[in-house]
Design a protein. Structure first.
Length: 615
């Protein structure tokens, strides 16, 4: 028996001696895209036949070719010290040879860091794998250059806070995107910074080349129990991310059951994709909102600027059962929220280059969507709304002049299967086009009273295009006080019907129509008759109309007064003052320094200075 074991041990010893070492580079460089050869072959193994090989490696190395042979080609994929092992199998014996391979960089590499107290970081460093910020811990990166490997992600735990004050979070390896920031929370708790993780971006902070720049929820959580995280960004940039922001379902209510707006906001931020984008063209989403309410984008720029332009299925904002507001950032607060901000204080929001700049899909929670004073240009569709019954689109500019010339028509605003909307004071225009262009498309709105009011349409194939059932015998979609010029068709009802009475004898519909148009008011359903009332004077008569549009020209004039900003728009204070006040309130509640500042007294002094100068 002893001899048997001795023979086995001798055979194993011979095998180990023949393949005792892996030969190859003793260290590799992070982001090296070349492949490097490693072998267990040596001069001692010439007399050993029928040997099998199986290679394994750590997760920061990649075996490219050569598995099941005595040599492989390897590429580094992350930082830290890796290891490469070869299992050598012969006559039921197996020996293992292992080589540790440091993967080095010109910068300090942080690999799986858990932050729960003060830790200093150099101005430039590499983040490998995870960095986690513990509850009740504030981590501030000021003007840092943080290089993130493909597997790296930043995780902010509930009650933790990450402040990125200037600087850049970007990829470490050319052509490789990193995972992004995960801000965790508790979906069943109120949205305070003590209950939820918080990320603050400010003073020119940049997040770029991430698969998802920031998302709410824990990695791998598909149940949404870890949502509720807070994201506040001001003067920040999200550049060349496949998805810049992803907010997953979370709602918060007052003690009396009233819905509270989400605490997340984005002010004067830039969301952009350009020719340096590494991802798949046509799949970009700047902000995806799912099951949240009240998120605000004020004075933000959304742009897709790739050459040649490939809209694919790209979106500025893509929402699913979500409510949000896109409007102007005003450095002074206006008494009435629907009044225009004075030009010297205003930063307007804009969208350019998307398949659908704003996409609103609602099948469940009916949260309100507001889009006000926003510029849309070079998009296939500016705003698409489906199923949402609380949508406001006001004072927006839809320039279809540079919309991509594709098989798809260019559309300013598309409303389908929705009602209760407010669409007023918008301008839709295009100078030339060889493809159909639509100012507003409306379909399947039902019999409820809805109005398209005080909008302008210029140079379009169709100013307003209605299809399907958008009305009934006594109610439905109405058009009043709109201005049409140089359109091929001003109002075109292709099927179904709209409200059978447009205007009345006491107040005409008083739309102003294009001269020389193919049609001013066309109803293509021959079984449907429409009564159109208008006042004399101007161009209120739809001269070119179908025979089933009956004209009533002697109505009293419609005053066409704006329903917006009825309170005069008085400036009452500074947004900055309120923001500082909120910062102090949060700091007091959570035992944090105000807004990450070391001295609360300085914040109070700043508030006092603002009050003395402006109130």
């Amino acid at each position: 028996m002893y001899m048997g074991y001795g023979l086995i041990d001798a055979h194993r010893a011979v095998l180990k001696a023949a393949y005792h070492k892996i030969y190859g580079d003793s260290l590799l460089t992070l982001c090296d895209t070349n492949v490097h050869p490693y072998t267990v072959h040596s001069t001692h193994n010439a007399d050993i036949d029928s040997v099998s090989f199986f290679w394994t490696c750590s997760d920061n190395l990649q075996i490219v070719v050569g598995q099941n042979t005595d040599n492989v080609w390897v590429r580094p994929s992350n930082g830290g010290t890796g290891h490469l092992s070869c299992y050598i199998i012969h006559d039921s014996d197996t020996v293992i040879s292992t080589l540790d391979i440091p993967i080095v960089s010109n910068y300090t590499v942080y690999d799986n860091i858990f932050v729960n107290n003060g830790i200093g970081f150099p101005d430039t460093f590499i983040l490998s794998r995870n960095i986690e910020i513990d509850s009740m811990t504030v981590l501030t990166w000021q003007d840092k250059s943080i290089l993130c490997t493909p597997d790296s992600r930043i995780i902010v735990h509930p009650g933790g806070k990450l402040i990125v004050d200037g600087g850049t979070l970007t990829n470490s390896c050319t052509g490789e995107m990193w995972q992004g920031i995960f801000v965790e929370g508790h979906s069943n708790l109120h949205q305070t910074s003590a209950n939820q993780g918080t990320v603050v971006l400010r003073n020119g902070a940049v997040i770029e080349n991430a698969l998802c720049g920031i998302r709410t929820g824990a990695p791998g959580d598909t149940s949404t129990t870890s949502t509720g995280g807070i994201i506040t960004a001001e003067d920040a940039t999200f550049r060349n991310c496949n998805m810049a922001v992803y907010m997953r379902p979370y709602t918060d209510y007052t003690a009396t059951g009233l819905l509270k707006p989400n605490a997340s906001s984005f002010y004067r931020c830039t969301f952009s994709v350009d020719n340096a984008y590494y991802g798949l063209p046509g799949s970009e989403v700047m902000a995806r909102l799912w099951g949240v309410a009240g998120v605000r984008f004020g004075g933000c720029t959304f742009s897709l600027a790739t050459t040649p332009m490939n809209t694919g299925r790209s979106y500025g904002i893509y929402s699913e059962d979500a409510g949000f507001r896109v409007d102007t950032y005003c450095s002074r607060e206006i008494m009435n929220s629907d009044c225009s901000c004075p030009g010297q204080y205003a930063t307007h929001s804009s969208f350019s280059g998307f398949y659908k700049a704003v996409n609103v899909n609602t099948s469940g929670s009916p949260f309100a969507v507001t889009i006000d004073e926003v510029s849309f240009s070079n998009n296939q569709t500016g705003v698409f709304v489906s199923g949402n019954n609380h949508t406001t689109v006001t004072r927006c500019q839809f320039d279809l002049s540079t919309a991509p010339e594709t098989a798809y028509p260019a559309i300013g605003l598309e409303l389908t299967a929705c009602t209760g909307f407010l669409v007023e004071g918008n301008a839709f225009s295009r100078s030339t086009s060889s493809f159909p262009t639509y100012g507003i498309k409306a379909a399947g709105l039902g019999i409820s009273n809805n109005s398209l009011y005080r909008n302008t349409f210029s140079g379009l194939t169709y100013g307003i295009y209605s299809s399907g059932d958008n009305g009934g015998s006594f109610s439905g979609l109405r058009f009043s006080c709109n201005t049409f010029s140089q359109n091929t068709h001003d109002i075109y009802v292709t099927s179904g019907q709209v409200a059978e009475t447009q205007g009345n004898s006491a107040a005409g519909a008083d739309n102003s129509f294009s001269s020389g148009a193919t049609g001013n008011f066309e109803v293509m359903n021959p079984r449907f008759q429409l009564d159109y009332y208008y006042s004399s004077g101007g161009s209120h008569s739809p001269t070119v109309h179908t025979s089933n549009v009956l004209l009533h020209p002697n109505a009293l004039a419609n005053g066409c007064a704006s329903t917006l900003c009825t309170g005069g728009g008085v400036i009452k204070g500074l947004t900055e003052y309120r923001a500082l006040s909120n910062s102090m309130n949060v700091a007091s509640a959570d035992n944090y320094d105000a807004d990450g500042r070391a001295d609360r007294a300085s914040v109070l002094q700043e508030m006092s200075d603002i009050a003395s100068a402006n109130i």
